[in-house]
Every structure is written in structure tokens, then in C-alpha cells.
Design a binder for this molecule. Structure first.
Ligand code: MN
Length: 237
């Protein structure tokens, strides 16, 4: 029997897929904190290999901004911040679910990869961190997750190294290599799947390298990861 609702339920966000006419339906968005040593240091932490930790972003169309290839998306500057930061990240899309996935089987659960931005109200995140409170207001706000087209792993092969960089108005401000991830993609999937049952449609934002910093209205952010479709967004006032 078809259920009906007292108002239209939220739409499922779809990410464009390279080489496909149909979109990838987004389920949950998991994010890894401090997963590059140089970024952990710039945030004031010892980058010893402690277990990965996770937070989430909302999956609705007010939070996720799918950005098509060769298009500059609009990224609204959020309220309640004076320190709005870029974080370029490798996004991993799950195509096959599972729990307690072994590291050596993790790659078989990957649908593909994308370039994403874990946009952050750094002032609010730091204030919450200092008080031992949850990070949501600093991380899980509206328009906090611009994500570019997914490229299937069938096209890329497994990504374990390759340049990751972000330019602000053409100037490179973040530059590293996927090989510098403290917890590799496969290790991250394995660990996350002990905490949550992964399902097709889940996304994992794998962490940002060093060089995070503030952006202003009008600036254009361009993110690149070797082998993937680049992402471009302009911060709007
Ligand atoms: Mn991040």
C-alpha cells in the first residue's frame, strides 16, 4: 500500500556520476576528523595514530550541493560565522553495504570517488570543541557539503595515492597526496563499519590535508584530486 504524507517528504539528493545518465542517491554522510598528520598539527593535535573518529553531515538538499563537471556552483556564505573555512577532501561512495568489513575486502564495497568540500564554521567548531560539546553547528549546517561528480572505481581503479589540492581564486592553499591519509580509505571503511552498518548510498568524507583557511564572498574555490573530476564553487554573499 502506498503511504501518503501530510507534506511532501524530503527529496533524495543525487550526485552526478561520470559516464552515466543516472545519479547516485545519497544516504548518509560520514566524515573523518584529523586524518592527515600535518592538518592534525595545524589544529593543535599530536598526529599519533589514534583510532579514527567520525562525525556526520546532513544528507538533505539544503546541505549537500551536487556540483556538475565544468560548472561553478554557488556556495552561500552561512550565517553565524566570521571564520568560514574550506577543507578539500576525497569523498568515497559506498556501493555495497556491510558491517565489520575486513580491510582487505573494503575496496569491493566502494562504488566510486568524488572531490568534496567539508565546509566548516571554524569559530563555532572551536568554541564547541573547547566546551566539549558536539560539533554540529560548526560542521553540519546548511550548504556545508559541496560534492562533485562521482567517478566509478571501475574507471579509476582503487585510489591510494595521487595529488589533492585546493585553489582559492587560482592560488593553491592546500596541497598534499592521498597517500598521506593517516587512515587509508580501506582502513577507514573497515573501522567505520564496526560502528555503523554501511549501506549503498553512504558517503565518507575522508579528511582534509593541511592549509585550511577562511574564505570570503566572491571567492572561487577549485578542488582537484588526481584521476577525478574537479569541483568549482563560488562563495556567494
Ligand atoms: Mn574535514
Amino acid at each position: 500500500m502506498n503511504r501518503s504524507f501530510i507534506f511532501p517528504p524530503q527529496a533524495i539528493v543525487g550526485l552526478p556520476v561520470d559516464g552515466s545518465a543516472v545519479d547516485f542517491p545519497v544516504r548518509r554522510i560520514y566524515c573523518v576528523g584529523r586524518n592527515y598528520a600535518a592538518h592534525a598539527r595545524e589544529m593543535g593535535f599530536d598526529p599519533n595514530r589514534e583510532p579514527p573518529f567520525f562525525f556526520c553531515k546532513p544528507n538533505d538538499d539544503a546541505s549537500v550541493i551536487p556540483v556538475a563537471a565544468n560548472v561553478t556552483g554557488a556556495l552561500p556564505y552561512p550565517g553565524n560565522t566570521t571564520n568560514y573555512h574550506h577543507e578539500i577532501e576525497l569523498v568515497v561512495a559506498i556501493g555495497k553495504g556491510g558491517s565489520n568489513i575486513a580491510v582487505e575486502h573494503a575496496a569491493s564495497h566502494i562504488f566510486g570517488y568524488a572531490v568534496g568540500l567539508d565546509m566548516t564554521r571554524r569559530d563555532l567548531q572551536m568554541a564547541m570543541r573547547q566546551q566539549g560539546r558536539p560539533w554540529e553547528i560548526g560542521k553540519a549546517f546548511d550548504y556545508s557539503a559541496p560534492i562533485g561528480p562521482l567517478r566509478p572505481i571501475a574507471m579509476t581503479g582503487e585510489l591510494s595515492s595521487g595529488e589533492i589540492s585546493l585553489q582559492v581564486d587560482g592560488k593553491t592553499v592546500q596541497s598534499s597526496d592521498i597517500a598521506n591519509l593517516i587512515w587509508s580509505v580501506n582502513e577507514t571503511i573497515a573501522n567505520l563499519s564496526t560502528l555503523f552498518s554501511l549501506e549503498p548510498g553512504d558517503l565518507i568524507m575522508t579528511g582534509t590535508p593541511e592549509g585550511v583557511g577562511p574564505v570570503s564572498p566572491g571567492q572561487i574555490l577549485t578542488g582537484h584530486i588526481a584521476g577525478l573530476t574537479s569541483i568549482s564553487v563560488q562563495v556567494s554573499g
